[in-house]
Design a protein around this ligand. Structure first.
Ligand SMILES: [Zn+2]
Length: 218
């Protein structure tokens, strides 16, 4: 899949999500011939960083198959050094022209974070590792006057993209060279739509006015 533009990559995801919404899924690239081809190497057309939530599986909601997406998942799509390294691997070594940060509504990682903040309770075990990475997004939204959970979830997607761009020289270089775009999207559980919220770079598409969020990275 090397050589496609960020816009072409986004078009594939968008078309796949349309098929998923309307129940016309193709479950592409899952045959024995596809597996044989992939044994020689992968060329995914997008990197997706999504929440680990069991109802938000990127290959399913974008109707993609084997070899199509390089997926990184953590609870609350939080970014740590190994997440950044995984994303950079997809961009630099596998030449994926698109990174999608996929958040979602009714996020349990966000609910766990809000509970910790409300009740001043440190989460059990290593759960704190992702909670500590979501708290700054909540503080950022609260500072701007937001109080609804959906707004915290949206801000966390914005902050995740901003953090990735600030942290990763590979991602910011790709954006400067226009060989890469970074998309912020939020998934709606009931209707299955991955809603485009904002874009760094050019994907030949833009968010609907009612969905658009400002970019936080410089
Ligand atoms: Zn979640």
């Amino acid at each position: 899949m090397a050589g496609i533009t960020p816009a072409q990559a986004w078009q594939r995801l968008r078309a796949g999500n349309e098929r998923f919404i309307t129940g016309r899924v193709r479950h592409p690239h899952a045959t024995s011939a596809d597996r044989a081809k992939l044994a020689d190497g992968q060329r995914p057309h997008a990197v997706v960083l999504s929440c680990s939530d069991s109802s938000v599986s990127p290959e399913i909601v974008f109707d993609q198959g084997l070899g199509d997406l390089f997926v990184v998942r953590t609870a609350g799509h939080t970014v740590d050094p190994s997440v950044v390294g995984s994303i950079e691997y997809g961009v630099l070594y596998l030449e994926a022209p698109l990174v999608v940060i996929l958040g979602h509504e009714s996020c349990d990682a966000m609910a766990t974070t809000l509970e910790a903040m409300d009740y001043l309770e440190v989460p059990l075990g290593s759960v704190r590792e992702f909670v500590e990475r979501i708290i700054p997004s909540v503080l950022s939204a609260q500072r701007d006057g937001f109080t609804a959970v959906a707004d915290f979830e949206a801000r966390h997607v914005q902050e995740t993209a901003a953090r990735l761009i600030e942290t990763s020289a590979v991602v910011s270089a790709g954006l400067s060279a226009k060989t890469l775009a970074v998309v912020e999207a939020t998934y709606k559980l009931r209707d299955g739509k991955a809603v485009l919220r904002s874009v760094y770079g050019d994907i030949g598409d833009e968010p609907a006015a009612e969905d658009a969020l400002p970019l936080l990275a410089a």
